[in-house]
Design a binder for this molecule. Structure first.
Ligand code: ZN
Length: 208
């Protein structure tokens, strides 16, 4: 499945309590949303150039949705029908810069939306029901760093689509990173990342 142009990338934060806890936050009462430009995408097998001199870059393994239809103020049935595909991705994050921006009450774009920050697998056809039972892992240089299951999500894929549609007229081709499970940590130039799931396949990227 390929992306139409232009497409949008929505990213959800604080969707897994154990990840919120490892960043020193309690359970969220509402998701956080931010966006990345499509120029941030690095496809399966690609190589991502990290920003230099801006502090540590963390990996965030995520289930990523692709919408096949859209709309506004979608109820649960319409939100489920809007989901047409899914894959795995990694939301690369300049963690120290993000903490500095958060502390200052500033937007997160420099920490989250930089070039090559959206590692993205290949979209496979997927229904909302399948996505409630996705197991996924991320290995860095062959060592498992993150292990997650979509049952651990605070908001399901359907709930997230419905929630986003209260602010945006969602459209076919919209991409949604759904937040990361626990186990985030630093990566650097030369790291090899491999995301895999029994349902959604296996994808690899190199950092430089
Ligand atoms: Zn993320």
């Amino acid at each position: 499945m390929s992306l139409p142009s232009p497409a949008r990338i929505f990213c959800i934060g604080r969707n897994y309590d154990l990840h919120a806890a490892e960043l020193g936050q309690g359970p969220a009462s509402e998701p956080v949303v931010f966006m990345k430009p499509t120029s941030a995408i690095v496809a399966d097998g690609g190589s991502a150039r990290l920003p230099r001199g801006l502090g540590s870059v963390h990996h965030e393994l995520e289930l990523v949705l692709l919408l096949q239809t859209g709309g506004r103020e979608l109820d649960a049935a319409a939100a489920a029908a809007a989901i047409g595909g899914a894959t795995l991705g990694v939301d690369l994050t300049l963690r120290e810069l993000q903490q500095t921006l958060k502390a200052a009450g500033l937007p997160w774009e420099r920490a989250k939306a930089f070039d090559d920050s959206a590692l993205l697998g290949r979209f496979l056809p997927a229904t909302a029901a399948i996505l409630d039972e996705v197991e996924m892992t991320l290995a860095v240089d062959g060592e498992i760093r993150q292990r997650g299951h979509t049952r651990q999500m605070r908001w399901s894929p359907v709930a997230l689509v419905g929630w986003l549609s209260r602010c945006w007229q969602l459209q076919a081709g919209d991409v949604i990173y759904t937040g990361t499970p626990a186990g985030v940590g630093p990566v650097g130039a030369g790291s090899e990342l491999a995301a895999s799931s029994p349902t959604l396949g296996r994808y690899r990227w190199t950092l430089r």
